[in-house]
Design a binder for this molecule. Structure first.
Ligand code: ADP
Ligand code: MG
Length: 494
């Protein structure tokens, strides 16, 4: 069935009333490309971007007589993910052939795991706003990727690039636990964070290293699960949300029109914002799965699992919980700062230098992140060190410099990272005037020079007060402590 008919624009209000009375049900299948140097069953390189067909060897092409050999690194990645998500790691798992024909699959079958996958169960925990959520995993299994069909540079024919054939993938499958597109995106972001954090996947969505398929259905609450349609290959979080929202509305409209939904695989078109049916869905039986006779069962010893467990880093969720406890940070701060291990480490190191967790959090999430974005610099390459930022924050905490002077100071440190911070404060005239006597003198002169503002303020015009503060700040070249100035002026004008 094709639903590419153009959609009339719907207001948010109409959309919400449409969804009312229906429950959205979503389950995810995610293909994470594993960070191994060579392929899952051969020694060919997995490097992205090489000239077509230069990285597919006899095994990847299944030339007669070529035999697959398991890449131990791929198994290690699967175990790491299983441990991170509290899954059961199967002591024995089986590789199976999934048989189908497609031009990018010269073998005529994909090696995957079917009946007994390596990783079973587990869950992904995350926050949707302030709301804690859990999505249960069914399984994560190892498999090889297929090649790619190329259409762009050809007229009337297609090219085949087999470089990707045999690239190791972990397919991570959830229970249908998600109830909105927002929750689905939050899940996908959390999973993305975990796989990159534990370094099993580079998470590059543009290059296809982290591809999500969203299975979507709707139902009236209390009813059995509705028929699902699977949206393939969502390669950005933005498209993910758009695609699911579109699909949900489309399905509700079908049901409201008393039409049946057929199980299908659909593609999202970012140009039109619509989902379009590719094919009706195959069943597992269509693939004629059978154990691969070329590969023995994969056996994983308890010792190996324990060895890998000991090498695991602190995970983002427990780190965020620790930040909340240890540094008294709000949930929002803790989860933002644990977006990447590098950011978390930078935050902690800065706190060690200045002892100001909340101020540091504000600076790292605020000014510093803004600057990093603006200059397209990753935090690990930040020119301002944690030591320097810590020193800057200490000066703010001691009221040596105002917040706005601190921003000027950050800019100065950015372009001269080895500069002495106090010398900079001096030379740029950023030192804050906190001396009450000096501030009183300043206020007296401003009051004397602006009798009109004073009269207006006394007549109830708040703006006149701000104007006086503004003039005092200007007269002090931005160095007066604005809080003290405000308090003193209030007192004077009482
Ligand atoms: P297949 O392997 O054929 O795609 P599975 O039964 O393994 O099918 O399910 C694939 C995904 O679809 C899982 O993430 C599962 O949670 C999800 N899913 C299954 N039924 C539904 C449904 N009715 N609505 C939404 N998602 C579903
Ligand atoms: Mg599927």
């Amino acid at each position: 069935m094709n639903n590419s008919k153009s959609k009339e624009h719907k207001t948010t209000c109409e959309v919400t009333s449409l969804i009312q009375g229906y429950e959205v049900v979503i389950g995810f299948e995610t293909h994470a490309q594993l960070l191994t140097k060579s392929k899952i069953f051969s020694r060919a390189s997995t490097q992205f971007g090489a000239a077509p067909n230069t990285q597919a060897c006899a095994v990847d092409l299944a030339l007669p007589g070529a035999l697959p050999v398991m890449n131990i690194k791929a198994v290690e990645c699967a175990i790491r993910l299983g441990l991170a998500l509290g899954s059961y790691i199967s002591a024995k798992s089986i590789f199976a052939r999934k048989n189908y024909f497609y031009p990018d699959l010269p073998k005529g079958y994909q090696i995957s795991q079917f009946e007994i996958p390596v990783v079973q169960g587990g869950e992904v925990q995350f926050f949707l706003g302030e709301q804690p959520k859990k999505v249960r995993l069914v399984r994560a299994h190892l498999e090889e990727d297929a090649g790619k069909s190329l259409h762009e540079d050809f007229v009337g024919l297609s090219g085949i690039d087999l470089n990707r054939a045999g690239t190791p993938l972990l397919e991570i499958v959830t229970e249908p636990d998600m109830r909105s597109s927002q929750e689905a995106v939050a899940y996908a972001k959390e999973l993305h964070k975990i796989v990159t954090w534990i370094q099993v996947c580079d998470g590059n969505m543009q290059e296809g290293s982290f591809r999500c398929d969203a299975n979507v259905s709707v139902r009236k609450p209390g009813q059995p699960l509705g028929t699902r349609r699977e949206i393939k290959n969502l390669n950005s979080f933005k498209f993910m949300q758009q695609a699911i929202d579109y699909e949900v509305l489309w399905q509700i409209e079908q049901l409201e029109d008393n039409k049946e939904i057929q199980q299908a695989t659909v593609l999202f078109d970012p140009e039109t914002g619509e989902t379009r049916s590719m094919r009706t869905k195959e069943d597992a039986a269509d693939y004629r799965y059978f154990p691969d006779p070329d590969l023995p069962p994969l056996e994983i010893s308890a010792d190996w699992i324990e060895q890998i467990r000991a090498s695991m880093p602190e995970l983002p969720r427990s780190m965020a919980e620790r930040f909340i406890k240890e540094y008294a940070l709000p949930i929002y701060d803790a989860s933002t700062l644990t977006q990447s291990p590098q950011m978390a480490a930078f935050f902690e190191e800065t706190v060690r230098h200045c002892g100001q967790p909340k101020l540091t959090s504000n600076w790292v999430m605020g000014e510093l992140s803004r600057k990093l974005n603006e200059e397209s610099v990753q935090i690990e390459a930040c020119p301002v060190s944690a030591l320097q930022l810590g020193a800057l924050i200490s000066r703010v905490a001691n009221a040596d410099i105002s917040n706005s002077s601190a921003k000027t100071l950050l800019d100065a440190l950015w372009s001269d990272p080895s500069a002495d911070i106090d010398a900079l404060i001096q030379s740029k005239g950023l030192k804050q005037v906190n001396d009450i006597g000096a501030l009183e003198k300043l206020i007296d002169s401003i009051i004397a020079a602006n009798p009109d503002n004073v009269t207006q303020f006394k007549a109830g015009k708040e703006k006149a007060f701000n104007s006086l503060i503004g003039q005092a700040m200007k007269a002090s070249k931005g160095q007066a402590n604005p809080q003290q100035l405000t308090e003193l002026l209030k007192k004077k004008l009482q």
